[in-house]
Write a protein that binds this ligand. Structure first.
Ligand code: CP3
Length: 343
């Protein structure tokens, strides 16, 4: 298959700019809320392949996006490593914190098929149900972001435990990073074997690191993953929220696409990464709350800054649960219309 999404990831010419939206399957869609109610809780939804398949298809049908993304969560493989996990209504994820070598000794690298087979079943079900021209993106959290959840025990405001551990005992935290890196490699390989045609690594919280810390801690783990997946022939996308200080280091990891947030223009990102990778992004998710004319102007601004080849339109971060559905629908239409290339 050579869809416009996969072509753009490979920096090949396309008829018009492809678009998908981070967190496109989610609570802003009434049909998501209805499937989620059938499942009961969020983790059950992730672990029921038929329902995960249903919600992954909803944005393809409702918005007309150019790619689907696996429906799951970045914390699913972490639970399989042996970290207790639950999602509490309105509070987000809660994990049993890992803060010592003794805690670490209780974790293992899971066999992705034996221990998270429901994810691979969901990949197969979604691939089977998608129209042939719409590729399926598999994903994983990147090691630093997963480490931050595992060490903090949830979402954090200041990341003091994981950053404290990094200052106090970098080799100890390095062992956790190694365990996570190994887990991510096997987990992503299994998704490709099940039918994923592109992969995205979410290093959402790596933006809390200094440039030096990113270079020393997060980038080497990402580079190991990119090297291990290179032979599979599927494009690898790397997303970091707050990546302005280290776009050069991200390009140096060997990924195929860099997904940038809204704080840096795509023009600056292209210049700093010297066109080495395709770029994904980078509309401010808050633009979806603006009236249609302003949303169109902002989308046009992103398109004007984008490289001539190798651009996948997306938001600079995930769509919010209360974003208006009509704005998401309008955005896809606007990008396809304004992104059209002269033949
Ligand atoms: O993009 C998609 O449509 C695919 C599915 C997907 C989800 N989470 C579903 C989800 C993906 C790719 C993720 C990734 C994810 N999960 C990230 C990285 C991306 C980002 O947005 O930065 C992170 C940090 C997580 C961890 C996580 N999962 C948090 C912090 C929360 C709670 C936040 C909230 O809005 O409640 C989740 C829950 C979650 N993951 C939901 C969905 C649809 C909401 C669950 C619900 O139905 O209540």
């Amino acid at each position: 298959m050579n869809s416009r999404f996969l072509k753009a990831c490979r920096q090949q010419p396309v008829d018009t700019t492809p678009i998908w939206i981070m967190r496109q399957a989610g609570r802003y869609l009434p049909e998501y809320r209805s499937t989620r109610a059938k499942a009961g809780d969020f983790l059950t939804l992730c672990k029921t392949p038929d329902l995960a398949c249903e919600v992954a298809l909803q944005p393809v049908e409702r918005l007309g996006v150019d790619a689907a993304i696996l429906f799951s969560d970045i914390l699913v493989p972490v639970e399989a490593m042996g970290v207790g996990l639950r999602f509490t209504e309105g509070e987000g994820p809660r994990l049993e914190p890992v803060r010592s070598q003794a805690d670490l000794a209780r974790l293992h690298v899971p066999d992705p098929v034996a221990e998270t087979g429901f994810v691979m079943d969901a990949v197969r079900a979604i691939r089977r149900a998608l129209p042939p021209g719409i590729p399926l993106i598999g994903f994983s959290g990147a090691p630093f972001t997963l480490a931050s959840y595992v060490v903090e025990g949830g979402t954090s405001r200041n990341f003091r435990h994981v950053l404290g551990w990094l200052y106090e005992d970098p080799a100890g935290l390095g062992r956790l990073m190694d365990l996570l890196t190994e887990t991510v490699i096997l987990y992503l390989k299994a998704q490709v074997e099940a039918g994923a045609q592109a992969l995205q690594l979410f290093d959402t919280w790596a933006g809390v690191l200094s440039r030096r810390q990113y270079r020393e801690v997060a980038a080497p783990a990402t580079a190991r993953i990119a090297a291990a997946l290179r032979g599979l022939g599927v494009p690898l996308i790397l997303y970091v929220n707050g990546s302005a200080p280290f776009l050069e280091e991200m390009a140096g990891t060997g990924v195929d696409v860099i997904s940038v947030d809204w704080r840096v223009s795509l023009g600056e990102a292209a210049q700093r990464t010297r066109g080495a990778t395709a770029l994904q992004g980078n509309l401010d998710p808050m633009a979806l709350y603006a009236p249609p004319k302003i949303l169109e102007r902002e989308a046009a601004r992103v398109l004007a800054e984008a490289p001539a080849v190798g651009h996948v339109f997306n938001l600079g971060h995930g769509i919010q649960p209360d974003a208006p559905v009509e704005s998401a629908v309008a955005l896809v239409e606007v990008v396809h219309r304004l992104g059209r290339k002269e033949p």
